[in-house]
Design a protein around this ligand. Structure first.
Ligand code: ADP
Ligand code: MG
Length: 323
């Protein structure tokens, strides 16, 4: 490591790393030493953002700092885990102080909000690539898995769906078209991972997943791993005020975006009827809106339908990097 890389790490990362009593040794040694709470299980997630693949070149650096951590927080939220420690591998085309300042600001604002300490990382030169690893803990056997859904469960999602996808489309069209809606761009660039909700669902939900690739695609993973099917009520998918301003009820987008657009980072989870009341109470206490959007059934596959019982044929399939 060169001196300038060292001062870069010091100035932008070590100085803001945050501290937790369970960080025995953080940034500055060859590896971090972390004290696991006795008896708890370690939960680990890692996600990479590549310029041009996961975000457009125009994305502001503070949003990138936020989003790189947010996508990992969302994965831990889906398991009901408590996030604790992060490492950050940054590949940068050059050491641009203004960029680094803004990136670190976005990263640490979210890290501080969730009590996450940055405990190490790696800094290299190359095409802009951001990898965050997040470590957290969960009481033994209590992690929410994709495989636990049971016929009869009610199917819920948090927040609203389709906003980030619509924001992305608007930002791509912004060169020629109208100015993108600020609320939708905020949903795209600054997703709010549902960590508190995930922790509250522990011991209540049967299965959970975070919606990164679109509801149909991610629900599909739950159904496959649980060996069950579902009916989805497409009229009841939660749509934000911004979404309702921008999209006509009569358009295909009204259904396709909430079903298939990615990047919303809401939670999708299943709850046995006997636990629904408790889940609603806990979500209410967090001021976290949740909506029942369907039911788990023994018959495999997804059946989308309108409230009047008519079938809805979904066309989108969610985002697949290798499709
Ligand atoms: P090594 O060569 O032993 O792998 P480095 O020289 O890469 O160590 O890093 C020195 C210290 O700075 C280590 O503690 C490492 O975890 C930390 N570090 C490097 N890059 C980052 C980064 N982008 N964010 C946070 N910590 C970092
Ligand atoms: Mg070393």
């Amino acid at each position: 490591m060169s001196l300038s890389e060292f001062s870069l790490i010091d100035r932008f990362f070590a100085a803001h790393a945050g501290s937790r009593a369970d960080v025995v040794t953080g940034i500055g040694d060859d590896a971090a030493v972390l004290a696991l709470p006795p008896g708890e299980q370690l939960v680990a997630a890692v996600d990479t953002l590549v310029e041009g693949v996961h975000f457009p070149l125009s994305t502001p650096p503070n949003s990138l700092g936020h989003k790189a951590l947010a996508v990992n927080l969302s994965d831990l939220a889906a398991l009901g885990a408590q996030p604790r420690w992060a490492t950050l591998a940054l590949t940068l085309p050059q050491a641009d102080n203004t960029w680094l300042e803004a990136f670190a600001q976005g990263f640490f604002a979210l890290a501080d909000a969730h009590g996450v300490a940055l405990v190490g990382g790696d800094t290299t030169r190359g095409p802009l690539t951001i990898t965050v690893q997040l470590l957290g803990t969960v009481p033994p056997g209590q992690a929410l898995l994709r495989s636990g859904a049971k016929p009869g469960d009610q199917l819920f999602v948090s927040g609203t769906l389709g906003d980030a996808g619509l924001g992305l489309r608007q930002s791509r069209a912004a060169a020629q078209g109208p100015k993108p809606d600020a609320d939708l761009i905020d949903r795209l660039n600054c997703p709010q991972p549902r960590v508190a909700l995930g922790e509250q669902l522990r011991g209540l939900a049967h299965a959970a997943i975070d919606i990164s690739d679109g509801l149909l695609a991610d629900l599909g993973h739950v159904l496959e791993q649980s060996q069950v099917g579902a009916t989805l009520w497409v009229d009841r998918l939660p749509r934000s005020a911004a979404f309702q301003r921008e999209v006509e009820v009569s358009s295909a987008d009204w259904f396709e975006l909430p079903l298939s657009a990615g990047d919303d980072y809401e939670l999708c989870f299943t709850v046995a009827p006997a636990q629904v009341e408790s889940v609603l109470t806990r979500a209410e206490a967090l001021s976290q809106p949740i909506t029942q959007v369907g039911e788990i059934e023994a018959k495999l596959g997804v059946r989308c339908c309108h409230d009047d019982g008519r079938a809805y044929n979904a066309t989108g399939r969610g985002y697949d990097h290798f499709a």
